[in-house]
Design a protein around this ligand. Structure first.
Ligand SMILES: [Zn+2]
Length: 368
């Protein structure tokens, strides 16, 4: 395989290490987004601000040593709502997701069919590629999260079946747009996986979510599926979570039945990571790589390089080296108005992830 191919496939020496995606937006960008919403800034001016924020974010990402980078999701309203920006067939009163600190986020609700994405994530890749010199990954929202838009009582003239067919086609097009725009891999944000077990302990809802995401993945060939990942976490917003109280063991075996090649799994903030790692090792398929979370994004304290190294070494006791990667537990700012973590802290943590992962690899090499 040529170097160029290696670069486009995110192949690196050692243990691959990737971000989940988001980085807190700079305050001036947040102000610009608010000014645009209030009609005080034109779309053209906002585009310039997005370019500036993405360029600065990518420069800092590359300076952190991260082999694979993202655009920090600077131009997304949130990890879940970007396909809906500008749609005229949604209302604001959809499903409510409560977080343990008392705050909540509410998804929109579809008011009529047909359902179409207003935009595809490939546009973010195109912007990032203007500034990046390293491989760029792109996160997309899962079809299962978008399935929550369909109202419980149904819609006249637009059945759930029709909605699901449209949704699958749009989710496939969203992923395809990222590859077509040059993303080295695509990560499906599946933050509602663990939440599904909380909402329905019989796990039927989780199974429905997995079936839907597998229906999307069935439109890609094996080679493409190797470049598609799934991110799971108990939610991360304003330094709080929505489903950390659901035992990871209730999710992991079913999660690994998703036909994706990569899994970006929150782990640093787990109370008993070894229990979860053991379960992963029992259910891991040969075609799957696990990117273990070694950075706790809810905790403001920046991990030391040695702390990260030790987390990687623990994971390496359970997961074969050729199937191991590292990541952050979650994005640092999945919603555009979440500034609970500063940009400086986020990049310090990213740098610790990269350096700690390298240190662990060096140590593991010596043991071989
Ligand atoms: Zn997450």
């Amino acid at each position: 395989m040529s170097n160029q191919n290696n670069k486009s496939r995110c192949v690196v020496d050692g243990i691959p290490s990737e971000p989940v995606g988001s980085v807190p937006r700079p305050l001036d960008l947040q102000n610009a987004m608010a000014a645009y919403t209030n009609g005080h800034l034109t779309a053209g001016e906002l585009e310039i601000r997005f370019d500036e924020a993405v360029q600065e974010t990518i420069e800092r990402f590359e300076a952190s040593g991260s082999e694979v980078i993202s655009d920090g999701e600077q131009a997304k309203s949130s990890f879940a709502t970007y396909p809906l920006e500008g749609l005229d067939n949604i209302a604001s009163d959809g499903v409510v997701i409560p977080f343990v600190d008392g705050h909540s986020r509410q998804l929109p609700r579809l008011t009529k069919g047909p359902f179409r994405y207003a935009q595809y994530a490939g546009r973010y890749v195109q912007r990032a590629k203007k500034f990046a010199t390293r491989p760029v990954k792109q996160a997309v929202i899962s079809a299962s999260a978008m399935s929550l838009l369909y109202p419980e009582n149904g819609l006249t003239d637009y059945s759930r079946k029709e909605f699901t067919a449209d949704l699958i086609r749009e989710a496939v097009a969203d992923i395809r747009s990222c590859f077509d725009s040059g993303a080295c891999n695509v990560q499906i944000d599946f933050t509602e996986g663990r939440l599904a077990v909380k909402l329905d302990p019989t796990k039927q809802l989780l199974q429905q979510f997995i079936d839907l995401n597998n229906a999307v993945l069935s439109h890609f060939n094996e080679d493409e599926r190797q470049r598609i990942g799934v991110h799971t976490c108990p939610g991360g917003d304003h330094d709080s979570t929505h489903s950390a109280d659901v035992p990871y063991e209730d999710l992991i075996p079913m999660l690994l039945t998703i036909n994706a090649g990569r899994f970006y799994m929150q782990m640093a903030s787990e109370e008993n990571p070894e229990k979860s790692l053991k379960l992963i090792s029992e259910h891991l398929r040969p075609s799957q790589r696990i990117f273990v979370g070694v950075i706790d994004v809810v905790n403001e304290k920046v991990e030391s390089v040695e702390e990260v190294r030790d987390r990687v070494l623990t994971a390496a006791q359970y997961i074969p080296l050729e199937q191991l990667g590292t990541t952050d537990d979650c994005g640092f700012s999945p919603f555009s108005d979440d500034v609970a973590t500063s940009r400086d802290t986020a990049f310090a943590k990213i740098s610790a992830r990269v350096r700690g992962t390298r240190l662990a690899f060096e140590q593991l090499q010596k043991q071989l």
